[in-house]
Design a protein around this ligand. Structure first.
Ligand code: AMP
Ligand code: MG
Length: 318
């Protein structure tokens, strides 16, 4: 099989694999009904490890081309409930890529300076440059999640009266969709992954954080208070997924109860986007090729007595 046919086949396989995870734009999502946190596409963990390795290699290859082409940028947004596995997903999925081409930003409670600006300001400052992949560990979607579940966050944003009526969430969905559309039209693809964890698996992971001393730092009492709002979060997630999965930036709901499977899914979603972009190494033009030939002759003329004129070419001849 030719290289092209092989990569086309791989692209089709990945597209098929992630299809059940995509939120169809315009559809109404009921998270609990529509997505199973334990789904694993009948895959076995053993086979999963090999697949993740392939995926990580693929990402490295495409990221190198994305950087060389320097035309498109990619923004990967990761959202999840506490203990959903965002950090581990980033660590594993990006383990093969060149750190120079990837930037991770984590978004916490906004600072005073951030609150002094419009709500998308702090996210806009962390967008990728052309050729780069930016990862948002939490993202602008917190503005319709934690801010919605705890409206005192909205009070702190000091919006003018007219901007904070009951339609504020509908408006934010629209604004976010428009913002992502603008980014997409200008060469920046937005990839959105929601790690879907079950309530029982969250309980287990919290207990693990308490039971293992080296994990204690990850646990805070605030996490338990958030857990009490489970249903409110599930509602906010469902609303967000329904309103902001668009043809230009669809949501992918990744089953998160099994970490190994979640990582494969996240890698596949990102790989799918990169394959769609299909970045290429730039080919140098006629003039540049001529310059290369001149430079080659000059370097060859500098060979010391007895040395190969071009040691690289000599080493690759046999
Ligand atoms: P962690 O990711 O565990 O370090 O926690 C970060 C905290 O910041 C979480 O409790 C989030 O809910 C909170 N957070 C993130 N973005 C916002 C936001 N825009 N407004 C209020 N709280 C936020
Ligand atoms: Mg936390």
């Amino acid at each position: 099989m030719s290289g092209k046919a092989k990569s086309d086949k791989q692209a089709r396989r990945i597209a098929k694999f992630i299809e059940p995870l995509r939120v169809e734009p315009g559809s109404r999502v009921d998270l609990a009904e529509d997505f199973d946190p334990r789904y694993k596409a009948r895959m076995r963990k053993r086979d999963g490890a090999e697949l993740l390795r392939t995926g990580v290699g693929l990402l490295a290859e495409y990221q190198a081309k994305l950087a060389a082409q320097d035309t498109y940028g990619v923004l990967l947004c990761l959202q999840a409930i506490d203990a959903g596995g965002k950090d581990g997903t980033i660590r594993h999925v990006m383990s093969g890529v060149n750190p120079q081409g990837v930037h991770v930003s984590s978004f916490k409670v906004p600072s005073a300076e951030e609150l002094d600006h419009d709500y998308l300001w702090r996210y806009a400052r962390r967008l990728p440059a052309r050729g780069d992949i930016a990862i948002f560990n939490r993202s602008h979607y917190e503005e319709v999640l934690v801010v919605r579940v705890h409206p005192e966050n909205l009070d702190r944003q000091r919006l003018p009266d007219g901007a904070r009526g009951p339609d504020v969430w509908t408006r934010r969905y629209q604004e976010i969709n428009d913002w992502e559309r603008y980014l997409c039209d200008n060469g920046f693809r937005v990839v959105k992954v929601f790690l879907n964890l079950s309530e029982e698996e969250q309980r287990t992971r919290f207990l693990k954080r308490i039971d293992l001393p080296e994990k204690n730092w990850k646990f805070s009492a605030a996490d338990l208070r958030e857990r009490e709002r489970w249903d409110d979060y599930q509602h906010a997630f469902s609303e967000m997924l329904s309103a902001t999965s668009t043809p230009w930036a669809p949501w992918y709901v990744v089953p998160a109860d099994r970490k190994w499977f979640a990582r494969i899914c996240a890698a596949a979603v990102l790989a799918h986007t990169l394959m769609e972009i299909d970045p290429r190494y730039p080919v140098v033009g006629k003039k540049a090729r001529k310059e290369l030939r001149v430079a080659k002759r000059l370097l060859e003329s500098q060979a010391p007595e007895g040395a190969e004129r071009d040691p690289y070419a000599a080493g690759h001849r046999d």
